[in-house]
Design a protein around this ligand. Structure first.
Ligand SMILES: Cc1cc2nc3c(=O)[nH]c(=O)nc-3n(C[C@H](O)[C@H](O)[C@H](O)COP(=O)(O)OP(=O)(O)OC[C@H]3O[C@@H](n4cnc5c(N)ncnc54)[C@H](O)[C@@H]3O)c2cc1C
Length: 324
């Protein structure tokens, strides 16, 4: 039994909203383990977000180093493993984002610990619930190692609230940075521009194969920009090359649970639903009134996107302008 170290991603001076989910899990785990929650910020310039992090936990450890400007699992994992050991952790956790999914298995290997990925809950100190079969069943995983590593399915944990008291920050050394032969070459953007990240967005507009081609997604981009939304897609749309692969939502893509999810020309295959069905409000636009997406939609419009998206964008823009 020990403390819970939670890796939190940052965005300038604040925690990214996906971090609030792992903090929720960390609080529950700390109660079961009789320890305290320690938030870990790693990267270049992450000290800027320490004050924000201190609102959520009694202790924040910051590893701020110029050599950590570009994320590499090879350099981050040893830092996580060392901080976990130094802080007496029995659980090390991260949200199952691209970074969390990438770094945590390596951290588990360095700590010689068991790992449960993409968990939906912690039931006892060593037992975790995980979705399986595209979210249609749950499995229970019991891990017997002294330190346990987990990644957290963001949509299953409500964002943590700030505490009444403010925690303390301490700095930790990055140690000798070694990328074990890996080299950061360049980051190719997913084409999202200034739009919010899919994992952080409160509104997501997703398009499917029925959009017909990549150029037609421009109409969804206008809607997304009018609403301040992130863009996503079904696997059929990403596989067809309409949009970048990192837009994919679903069982083998990103798991999202925004306040508002627009599924445009998406049929609602079970593998797609696995990635978005916990969205608070779901709007579906599909020309086929028997499309399965309508079974989980809160609002459904049986129509072609060609006839609906532009007028909808214009109405929303008008509404927004009237509110300024
Ligand atoms: C192991 C495995 C993992 C998978 N993982 C994922 C995953 O992570 N994410 C995912 O999305 N899929 C995943 N899939 C694929 C999934 O099974 C479906 O094939 C895919 O989700 C279908 O995408 P779609 O709804 O865009 O396309 P389709 O099923 O072809 O549906 C297109 C829809 O567009 C509608 N439409 C067509 N034209 C228009 C128009 N002009 N206006 C309005 N509506 C229109 C049609 O009525 C139809 O409902 C996975 C499959 C497997 C086997």
């Amino acid at each position: 039994m020990g403390n819970v170290v939670a890796l939190c991603e940052t965005n300038g001076a604040t925690l990214r909203s996906n971090a609030l989910s792992v903090i929720s899990l960390a609080r529950k785990a700390a109660e079961l383990h009789g320890g305290e929650v320690i938030l870990l910020l790693v990267g270049k310039g992450v000290s800027a977000a320490a004050d924000d992090a201190c609102r959520y936990a009694p202790k924040v450890v910051v590893v701020d180093n110029d050599g950590l400007e570009n994320y590499l699992a090879e350099t981050y994992a040893p830092i996580l493993a060392k901080v976990a050991q130094d802080q007496g952790a029995s659980i090390v956790c991260a949200t199952a984002t691209a970074i969390g999914k990438d770094v945590m298995p390596r951290t588990a290997a360095l700590l010689d610990s068991g790992m449960a990925s993409d968990i939906a809950d912690i039931e006892t100190a060593d037992t975790f619930k995980r979705a399986t079969l595209a979210g249609n069943a749950f499995s229970r995983v019991k891990i017997s190692s002294d330190i346990i590593c987990v990644t957290v399915r963001q949509s299953e944990f409500s964002p943590a609230d700030a505490l009444d008291s403010v925690g303390t920050k301490s700095d930790a050394e990055a140690g000798e940075l070694n990328s074990y032969g890996a080299e950061f070459v360049k980051l190719e953007g997913g084409g999202g521009g200034d739009r919010p990240d899919l994992n952080d967005a409160s509104i997501v507009i997703a398009g499917g194969r029925g959009m017909g081609n990549g150029d037609n997604f421009a109409i969804l981009e206008k809607l997304a920009d009018t609403m301040g939304a992130a863009l996503g897609a079904s696997r059929a749309a990403t596989d067809a090359g309409y949009v970048p692969a990192d837009w994919q939502i679903g069982q083998t893509g990103k798991i999202v649970a925004p306040d508002l999810y627009f599924a445009v020309a998406i049929s609602g295959a079970i593998q797609h639903l696995a990635g978005m069905k916990n969205s608070k409000t779901i709007v579906a636009i599909n020309k086929d009134n028997e499309a399965p997406i309508f079974q989980i939609a809160d609002y459904g419009l049986v129509a072609k996107w060609e006839d609906t998206i532009e007028p909808l964008t214009a109405e929303i823009a008008k509404l927004k302008a009237s509110q300024v």
